[in-house]
Write a protein that binds this ligand. Sequence first.
Ligand code: PLP
Length: 360
Amino acid sequence: MGQTLDDLPLRDDLRGEVPYGAPQLDVPVLLNVNENPFPPSEDVIADIAASVAEAARGLNRYPDREALGLRADLASYLGHALTSAQVWAANGSNEVMLQILQAFGGPGRLALSFAPTYSMYPEYARDSCTTWVVGRRAEDFTLDREHALELIRSHQPSVVLLASPNNPTGTALPLDVVESICDVAPGVVVVDEAYAEFRRSGTPSALTLLPRYPRLIVTRTMSKAFAFAGGRLGYLAADAAIVDALRIVRLPYHLSALTQAVARAALRHADGLLARVDELRRRRDETVAWLRECGLRVADTDANFALFGTFDDRHVVWQGLLDRGVLIRETGPDGWLRVSIGSAEEMAAFRNALQEVLAL
Ligand SMILES: *Cc1c(COP(=O)(O)O)cnc(C)c1O
């Protein structure tokens, strides 16, 4: 007889929990996890394959624990005069974020964010035994400065997590709000810029604030704009001392030699991989306009997705789209749905399916 979770000496706070899971379904049109719809080109594939072969020659040895070559490449990609000492990389920005909470959160400490926001944040807090406190975003999903500062003053969080552009709403934070938060936060402030490359023009990056705020951390990922979700590479920019703190908690040799080699190969082709970001941004703006013409509400978005609604029963709409071969995400506040921006064909399929489901 097989044992179940209930039979195990599991941590009390993990009882009843279930693993993270956006459904991974076999559906023709996948618009549910904000991936870039365009696979790498043949020349990128060839360079990646050659880099893997080269790295394979040394696989009897542990990889460079500090990933110095990769961190230097990431620093030069980011610009802003950043150096490798100010950049850190891990297996997806999810791992970067967990390391931040391992180093700066933990028992007796508190992490704070503002909902609706990325559904993984409370899980990192739970896994690192960090108390989780969540404030509210305004009706239009912006962050009210006074509410944010008040909550930070009263809770004194060790870690403040701010996604900008925010998932699942797409909302970017004005830099003066980030500055105000950095001015009062007693611990580290993390601005999660997973979708930074999709910002509308005129929306600044928090990278510009790093020289003035030594406890500010800006996280990025190669999963979205870079079209490299399968490669699992996330990174951050911060003061070199913050990077040193993360080096204490990271697992030894956490980034495999293959991951480092493949990510460096992808970075050599940054221009090509990012070439279609502008096309996705245009299609994002067109999708938002179209949804509004249909009489729906759509949150202003600087990311490669749009949150739209509202529906009395969003599950019925989600299921109706799925029945027509289009998978989107049932997430965010009740009544809203999120659609990732895909290729022209995928978005046409989405529009057709939605028209049928809503009988527009
Ligand atoms: C997708 C996403 C990430 C990226 O996760 P990876 O682990 O780098 O793939 C990080 N933060 C937010 C808010 C996201 O939506």
